[in-house]
Structure formats: C-alpha cells, structure tokens
Design a binder for this molecule. Structure first.
Ligand SMILES: Cc1ncc(COP(=O)(O)O)c(C=O)c1O
Length: 487
C-alpha cells in the first residue's frame, strides 16, 4: 500500500482493522464507565496543588484577560491549564519545572520532535538575514512549493496561507468557482477549521449546526454532513444535489474525522474518489494533520490516490507560525492566479503575512529534515510500540478501553464520549459523565508525566525512542490500575 515517494513507505506499518475497532468502540460505549475513583482524583488534584502552583497563578491571571483563560482549546486542562516554558524533543517543561512526555506535539506538526535544532538554526539564519517578512517574493516560497510538489506530485501549484482554516476556505471557494457547483459535503465529526461554511457537524456526527453560534443560516445552507464511512449515503446525496446546483467539493480527512477518531476503512477514500469523478465534484483531502506525518507523500501517497485539492496546515511550516495553504491540480489552482487587473475573474484570497519567509524557511527545512531522517516512519514506529503496549495493558487489566493507530496518530478511548450516538436514547444521560471521565483521565496522565491531546489522542514524533515510549506506558499503567480498582 505504500507509495515509492521517499520517506513515505512505512509510516503506517499496519492499517487498523476498522470493523473490529468499531465493534470494540461500540462495546466501550455500552459498558459501564471505567473512570477514576474519587480518591484517585483527589490524589491527582493534590499533585497539581503541590507541584503546579506557577501554572495555577498564570492561569488565574490569564482568565482575567483571555476569554476562557486559553487562546486555543488544545491548552485546556484540569484542574487548570499547564503553562509551558520549555520544549525539547520528546519533552515539555512547565513553569514549575515539571517535565512531561509531549504527546500533544503542538497538535501534530512537530514530527521531528519539539523545537528541533537544525530547523531552528535555519530560522535564526533567515531572521538575521531579512527578518520575518518583507512583502516581496522570497526564494524560500518557491523552494517550499517545489518541495511539496516533489513529495506530493498531485500538488502542482501551492498557495501558502496562514492556517488550515484559511486553506479550507480557499479550497471551498476555488471548488465552487471552478466547477460552478454550489454544495459542499463534509463528514460528520470532522473539524476543518472555523470558517462559516464548515462549522457543521463538529465532534459528534449528526450535530449539524449545534456549534454554529454566530453564523448566519445562509452560510451553511449548502453544507451537508454525512455519517463517517457511509459511501452509499454519499452516492445518494451526490445524486440528489445534482438536481439542485451540483456539488462543488467533497472534503474528507483521509484517515477519518478528527484524525481517525472515526476511522475510515481502507477502501473508503478510493470509493469517494470514484463518486466525485462520477458527479463532477472535486475531492478535497484535508491533510492538515496527515500531510507529511503519514509519510512525505501524506495520506494521498499512502492510499495511492490523487485528490483534486489538498489542504495543508501545521506541518507545512514545521510547527512554526502561519502554517497553512491549499494545493492541487494546475487548472483548478489557476483560479487563484491574480494580479491587479484580474477583478471578476479570479478567486480572491489574501493575507499580508501569508507565505512570509520565516514560515517558508521553517517549512522547507523541516520537510527536508523529515525526509532525510525518515522522521514519519520513526514516529510511526513509536506509535506502533505505544499502541501495542497500551493494548497489552488494557487486556491485562481487563478494561474496555480501545486503542489503535495510524502510524504516529494514536487513539486511546477510555470513556467513549466521542462515540456516543445521537440517536441513542441514553445520549444525554451518558454525555456529561463520560465527558468528565475523559477530562479526569487527561489530568491523571498529566500528573503522571504524560501530556496527551484531550486525553484521547496521542501524536508521536521521531524523538520518541523506545525508552520514552516505555516510560509513557508505565505512566499510563499507573492510571489504568486505579480505574481497574474502581471497576
Ligand atoms: C483536520 C484539520 N483541518 C483543519 C484544521 C484547522 O487548522 P488551523 O488550526 O491551522 O486553522 C485542523 C486543526 O486542528 C485540523 O485538524
């Protein structure tokens, strides 16, 4: 299944057995909650009180000036957000001097590990030479676009923007302009950034406009959500929309919504490709997380598929700021070609600091280093070791938890909250206890020295040696032991 693009071969050594995982997730959701008992929670809270007072003070100050006390949900944490002062390779250090294994990895981009020295040095060189931005063309813009094309041949042209959100906005607009069609189809549960047209069906499939506060209904009139993995429903919807303005784009995260929280069967993307071709819709791969993490060819290299457009984020600037963009077929991407006389003909995108030399230099050198070192495969091997270890712990303790991985994207579901089904009569009674249990797990993992993404997702990096993974497994097991004792 691997492509022959350098570095892309083995970032996923084994594809998850999706039907078996779905069965286990179903069982998890329908099993009694195996949560941490009150005495364990009290001990973990006491740990924070004794060891994380500096974070607590900063978090209290942040609450006065920052809505909700954090600038991004990734930083949320119980009993309060941890304030980080150092990041290096596999580890984070907080303002109180505690060290943690970093399985958040900034939300995914740092496949080389945090604050990777050789990239940092190139960024410092660039800053010394011309500062972060001039507004003029810079050699690194060209180098980065060309390098992305080398790794992902389907990206014939690349428009660098400031974030994944902007990449999705641009992709949707380009797809509408190019096809002349109106509708956009996304998959329930998937996050494609926060632009008006895609804040729909977030986190839990079927939730539609639940999170669309402040967005006029008209902005979402032509956005549709489908159940993960359901290609029959996609075929039917494409058919129906053909009579009503047609579909401009089907946008998917190739491994499934939320980095595979709802894992996509292996053949899913190929089926979506075929359906898009049949109905004249563009296939957009959102590779904000998978791009370069699943190999230098991204998910498209792994599945051996050619999307019409690819959305990039995070990784494209190697974890440095202003990271995003869209790339793809030359004829589609040319709708962005502009100039001052192009009014009325081009698709308008912009961003004064988009494609600044700093982001492009960071992205270029990060991608080169990832390819040179084989970082995606090394991070994937760490993900494999971690997932196998977690599976063994879960089995040994007879817990209903579910773990699986797409290489360096590891899922660990302990409460099943994300897999509750809206149609289930118990949905509203189960939601809060399961959400709380997940928050408690996340807190316990942190107190035991491991930072995860909200307690249920883990990004490994090249810096995660066997020793780091084994250290993490010991920490997870100390938490699992207490949940087992409770059951
Ligand atoms: C799959 C996916 N698409 C889009 C985005 C939005 O990217 P950004 O946060 O850079 O706007 C994210 C962010 O987490 C993402 O995971």
């Amino acid at each position: 299944m691997s492509s022959d693009i350098p570095g892309s071969g083995s970032a996923i050594s084994q594809y998850p057995d999706v039907p078996a995982i779905e069965q286990r997730l179903h069982r998890l959701v329908h099993s009694p909650l195996h949560a941490l008992p009150p005495d364990a929670l009290a001990r973990y809270r006491a740990w924070f009180e004794q060891h994380a007072a500096g974070s607590r003070a900063l978090a209290a100050e942040a609450e006065q000036f920052i809505p909700g006390g954090v600038q991004h949900n990734l930083a949320l944490g119980e009993p309060w957000p941890l304030a980080v002062s150092g990041a290096d390779g596999a580890y984070l250090t907080d303002v109180d001097g505690n060290q943690y294994i970093d399985f958040l990895q900034a939300g995914g981009p740092t496949v080389l590990g945090s604050n990777y020295g050789p990239v940092r040095e190139k960024v410092i060189e660039l800053l010394a030479a011309c500062g972060p931005v001039t507004g003029m063309l810079h050699e690194y813009e060209v180098k980065l676009a060309k390098l992305i094309h080398d790794f992902m041949p389907a990206v014939q042209r690349f428009r660098m923007l400031g974030s994944g959100t902007e990449g999705v906005m641009a992709a949707v607009r380009a797809a509408r302009a190019y096809t002349g069609n109106a509708h956009v189809i996304k998959i329930g549960g998937a996050y494609h950034g926060w632009s008006d047209q895609v804040v729909y069906g977030l986190r839990i499939p079927g939730t539609g406009t639940l999170e669309a506060t402040g967005i006029p209904a008209g902005a979402l009139e032509r956005t549709h959500e489908l159940a993960p993995g359901d290609t029959d429903a996609l075929a039917a919807l494409l058919e129906k929309l053909a009579e009503d303005g047609g579909t401009a784009a089907v946008i998917v995260e190739p491994v499934g919504p939320e980095s595979g929280t709802y894992p996509a069967p292996h053949g899913y993307n190929a089926a979506v490709r075929e359906l898009c071709d049949r109905h004249g819709a563009l296939l957009v791969f959102d590779e904000v997380v998978t791009g370069f993490r699943l190999g230098m060819g991204g998910a498209q290299g792994y599945y051996g598929l050619v999307p019409d457009l690819t959305v990039f984020g995070k990784c494209v600037a190697g974890g440095y700021p202003a990271a995003g963009g869209v790339g793809g077929r030359r004829d589609v991407m040319d709708v962005f070609a502009g100039g001052l006389t192009a009014a009325g003909k081009r698709v308008f995108v912009g961003g004064t600091l988009s494609a600044n030399p700093l982001s492009c230099a960071a992205g270029y050198h990060a991608l080169l280093e990832m390819d040179r070192t084989g970082a995606p495969a090394k991070a994937g091997a760490a993900g494999d070791r971690l997932r196998a270890g977690l599976d063994a712990l879960i089995t040994a303790r007879d817990l209903p938890y579910v773990t699986y991985n797409f290489g360096s994207i590891v899922h660990l579901h302990t409460s099943g909250v994300l897999h509750l089904c809206l149609d289930d009569p118990d949905f509203f009674t189960e939601l809060n206890p399961r959400l709380d249990a997940l928050g408690h797990m996340s807190m316990a993992f942190a107190a035991e020295g491991v930072i995860t993404l909200a307690g249920s997702r883990i990004y490994t990096s090249m810096a995660d040696t066997d020793e780091v993974v084994d250290q993490a497994l010991a920490a997870f097991d100390r938490v699992f032991a207490q949940a087992q004792a409770q059951a």
